[in-house]
Design a protein around this ligand. Structure first.
Ligand SMILES: NC(=O)c1ccc[n+]([C@@H]2O[C@H](COP(=O)([O-])OP(=O)(O)OC[C@H]3O[C@@H](n4cnc5c(N)ncnc54)[C@H](O)[C@@H]3O)[C@@H](O)[C@H]2O)c1
Length: 274
């Protein structure tokens, strides 16, 4: 069902790798809500070619860019404005990668070259994007930027290793750049802290199934699916949320404010043989 919430709006959507990606669902919904946009991803990720299907379905051009490269981001933002015929109304940052997680390194043995790369790809890239947008004066007034985060920014989740620090930094950049762009251009910047979700990035984490099931049992509404996350992003791109900025918005079915649930009590009781 479409409500034309994004009619007339144009933007950039990063991070659609395959049809499991949160960004993929955001793109489909943004298209259904009347937006026009450019899709982007790292050139390496595009070799798999899946993004071409999404591009056809949404009638959205693709501009490859490694989000750690200021030059490539400059070409992305300039190219997007050219292809879309004007300044931007929204940007989705849906980018995360940790070689430490990929290589299953535990928190005590993190490789610092990888750690730097995790920060660069997963957090500093938001600053780079917004700095490029600022220099190019690429936003329309009342534009909206959303980046995806995870509750490990606030709580310790050891298996999330260096992504924990990356998400804390991402949320902090959203606050600082939100303050700056709010003043400069009335543009809002928020992070959405999403439930564990079965995507390529998500399932790469050691013990993912266990903490997916744990979060599901803890959350009164259950884990939020990727489609629902996409709906939330659309609401944040729409004019219905024009004064929401510099926030980390929990989209987690109630997980973050639950102490313990009946389901967890049940599991623990059975484990204790009571
Ligand atoms: N899956 C989860 O459980 C979960 C939970 C909370 C937040 N998130 C966040 O959601 C976002 C999207 O992840 P997803 O779960 O849809 O997984 P995904 O693997 O589908 O998406 C991650 C994307 O990051 C892109 N990327 C990696 N390095 C890049 C680079 N250098 N330049 C540009 N793009 C690059 C990948 O190509 C991929 O498209 C990430 O920020 C992730 O941390 C995921």
């Amino acid at each position: 069902m479409s409500n034309n919430l994004l009619a007339g709006k144009v933007g950039i959507i990063s991070g659609a790798l395959n049809d499991q990606s949160i960004a993929w669902k955001v793109a489909l919904k943004a298209h259904a809500e009347g937006a026009r946009f450019v899709l982007t991803n790292a050139p390496l990720a595009m070799r798999m070619g899946e993004i071409n299907k999404l591009s056809e379905e949404c009638n959205a051009p693709i501009i490859p860019a490694d989000a750690t490269s200021t030059e490539e981001l400059e070409a992305l933002f300039a190219g997007a404005q050219e292809q879309l015929g004007g300044k931007l109304d929204f940007v989705l940052h849906s980018i995360g990668m940790s070689a430490n997680i990929r290589k299953k390194k535990h928190y005590g043995e993190l490789d610092y070259k990888f750690f730097n790369q995790t920060i660069d790809v997963s957090a500093m890239s938001l600053h780079k994007m917004l700095a490029v947008a600022e220099r190019q004066d690429a936003f329309n007034e009342w534009g909206s930027v959303v980046a995806l985060s995870y509750i490990a920014a606030q709580r310790a989740f050891l298996d999330y290793t260096d992504m924990t620090q990356a998400k804390a930094m991402l949320e902090s950049i959203a606050r600082s750049y939100g303050q700056r762009l709010g003043k400069l251009k009335k543009v809002r910047v928020n992070t959405v802290s999403q439930s564990p979700t079965k995507t390529t990035a998500g399932t790469g984490i050691t013990g993912f199934d266990a903490f997916y099931n744990f979060a599901d049992m803890m959350s009164p509404l259950g884990n939020a699916p990727a489609e629902a996350c996409a709906d939330y992003c659309i609401s944040l791109f729409s004019d219905l949320t024009r004064y929401v900025t510099m926030q980390n918005l929990m989209h987690d079915g109630g997980f973050s404010t639950t102490g313990i649930s009946a389901e967890i009590v049940d599991v623990m009781t059975r484990a204790a043989g009571e």
